[in-house]
Design a protein around this ligand. Sequence first.
Ligand SMILES: Nc1ncnc2c1ncn2[C@@H]1O[C@H](COP(=O)(O)OP(=O)(O)OP(=O)(O)O)[C@@H](O)[C@H]1O
Length: 664
Amino acid sequence: MSLTFCGGSFQFKNFFYKYKRGRISQNISFKILVNPCIGNSYCRHKRRTSNALFLTSKAQNDNFQSVQTVVKGANTRSPLQDPNSFFRKLFCLLTLFWSGKEKRKAWIWTFVTTSLALATTLYAVLLSFIQRFFWSALSVKDYRRFRNFMGIYLIAVLVGPPILVLFDWTKARMSLAWRQFLTNFVLEKYLSDKKFYRLTFYGDIDNPDQRVAEDIRSFTDRAVNLMCVIFVAFFDLAVFSVILFRIYPPLYWTLLAYSIFGTTVTLYFGRNLSLLNSKQLSKEADLRFALVRVRENAETIAFYRGEKRELTTLLKLFEATVMNMIHLLRYQRNLGFFTTGYRYLINLLPSMVAAPIYFQGKIELGTISQTYFSFNHVLNDLSLIVNEFFSLSAFSAVVNRIENFLSVIEENKTWSSSVSSAGNSIKSESLKISSRTLSIPKLQVENLTIRIPNTSRILVRNLSFQVTPGTNYLICGESGVGKSSLLRTLAGLWNDGEGEISVPPPESTFLVPQKPYIVLGSILENILYPKMENFDTFSNQNISRLLEEVNLSHLMERLGDMNVYVDLSNILSLGEQQRLAFARLVASKPKFVLLDESTSALDEDNERVMYNLLKKHNITFVSVGNRASLLSYHEIVLRLFEDGSWKIENIGKANQVHSFPTGQ
Ligand SMILES: Nc1ncnc2c1ncn2[C@@H]1O[C@H](COP(=O)(O)OP(=O)(O)OP(=O)(O)O)[C@@H](O)[C@H]1O
C-alpha cells in the first residue's frame, strides 16, 4: 500500500524530513507530500493518483495514530517501487496543458501535429509500395512499367518534403505554445504568496531559475517529439505489421522476438541513466549560478583579489560537472555498444530470413525491397525504447525536476495565508504567527515568539508592543540577535514562531532593506517600482523634486533623461542606492515604514535628511540599527538580547538622548 501525507505543519515536515519515503511494515510504505493546498488543481491530480491519502493538518510527536487516514485504495507497492510513479508525474504535467485554461489551444496544436504525423506515416507507406513496384519493374526489365513508376516516384518525392517540413514546424510551434503556457503557470505560482522568497530563504529547491528557463523548454521539446514518435510508432506498427505479415509471417515473429530482446537489455543496463541526467542538469545549473555570482560581485572580488579563490570554486564546480558527464558518457558508451550493434544487425536480419523464399522464386525483388522498408519501420516502432532511450532518460530527468518544483511551490501555500484581509484573523495551524490587517496605520504585537527555522533557537520570546502613528521605534541589539528577523516577521516574511501581529494595510506599508533592490530600468522605473502603472501620475517636476529631496539631483544632470535605461546598480554608490530607495519610499506614499539599516551607508547629514523627509511626510517608522545618531529620530528603543529577552525604553522626544540605554 502506498500512502501520501497531506499537511502543512512544519513540525510534521521536519519529523518526516529524513523519511520522505520509507516503509512502515512489510505491506505499507509511505511517501510524504507535505501539502496543505487542498483544493488546488495541481494537488488534486497528485491526490487522485496516489493509492492512499493521509489528510492531516498537524501530526503530534512521532505518533502515527494521530494522523487521520483516508485510504482510497490498496496497492501492494510504494510509489518509489511503482514503475508508474514517473508516469504519474508525467500525467500531472500533461494534464496541466490539456485541461488547463489554454486547453483549446493545446488540443488544436495536438490535432494539427498528430494529423501531420499521420500524413508522414501514410506518405512512408505510399513510398514503400511505389518502391516495391519500381524495383519489381526493374528486375523483370519491364520498361513501360518502370517509366510509369518512375513518374509516380518523382511526384511522391516532390510532394513529401512540404509535408515533412510542415510537420517539423508544427512540432516546434506546439512545443513553444506549451512552453509559453507552462512557464506562465509556473511563474505565476512562483511569484505568488512570496514563494520565490521562501524557496530562497529556506533553500527548499536548487536552481529554480534553471528549472523555469531551461527545464521547461527541454520538457516541452522532448514531450512533443516523444508524443509524435509514439503516435507515429503505433500507427506505423499497425500498418507495416500487416504488410510484413502478409509478405512472410516468420519474418514478423523474428522481428518481434528481436525487439523484445533489445528492449529488455536496454532497460536493464540503462536504468541509472535518468538519475545521471538529472544530476548533470543540477551541476550545470550550479556552475552557471556561481558564474553569475562572480559577475554580480565583480568589484568586491577584484578588491579582495579573490580571483584565485573564485577560480578554485568555479573549477571545483566545473570538475563536478565534468565528472558526472564522464560517468554519463561512460554509461552511454556501454549502452551504445549494444544499441548501435542492435541497430546494425537490422540490415542483415530481413535478408537472412527472406532470402530463402526469394531464391525459391516465391517473391519478387521489389517485395524484398518492401520487406526491408517495412521491417525497418516495424523494428523501429517496436524498438522505441532502445532508440529513444537517451532521450527518454533525459526527459524523465526534466519531468522529475519540474514536477518537484511544482510540488514545492504548491506546498508552500500557507506562507502568506496567515495574513488575512482587513479585520479578519486567520490562525494558520502550521505557522502559528497569525496576522491581522488593520484599517489604520498602527502596528500591534502580542506575545510574539520568533524561532530560527528548523532549529529550536528562539530569537525573541513573548514580545508585546504597539506602534501608534507618530511614535517611531528603533530596534537595536548585538549582531545576530534577531533584529532583521523581527522586522521580517512584522513585514510578513518570517512565519516561524507564534503570537499575534496586527499590521497596517499593505498599501500603506513599505519596507526598505539595507541593500536596496535596483530594478533593471530607468531612474523613473526605479522610483515608481513596483507600481509601474503610476507612470502617468508622476510628472517630471515631481520626480525632479523627489530626487532633490533625497540629494540625488546630480543624477539627472549625469544621465540627462530619467527615462533612459541604465544599469543603476553598477553606476550608483551604495549610499546613492539607499537614497534612491528613500525616493521610492516617498513616491509610494506609505503611512508606515520598516527600515532595516536603510541608512547604514549614509553620512550623518544625509541620514538626517532622510529621516526628516519621513517626518515631513507624516510617515511612522520602525528602524533597525545600532548607530547612536539614529536615536535622535526615534521616540522608543526596543532592545533585543541574546537569550530572547527584550526591553522597551521610552527615550522621549527627538534630540534629547544621545546614547543607547544599556542592560536589561
Ligand atoms: N534563513 C535563515 N535560516 C536560518 N537561520 C537564519 C536565517 N536567517 C537568519 N538566521 C539566523 O537568525 C539569527 C538572527 O539573524 P538576523 O539577521 O535577524 O540578525 P540581526 O540582529 O539583524 O544581525 P545583524 O545586526 O548582524 O544584521 C542569526 O543567527 C542568523 O544566522
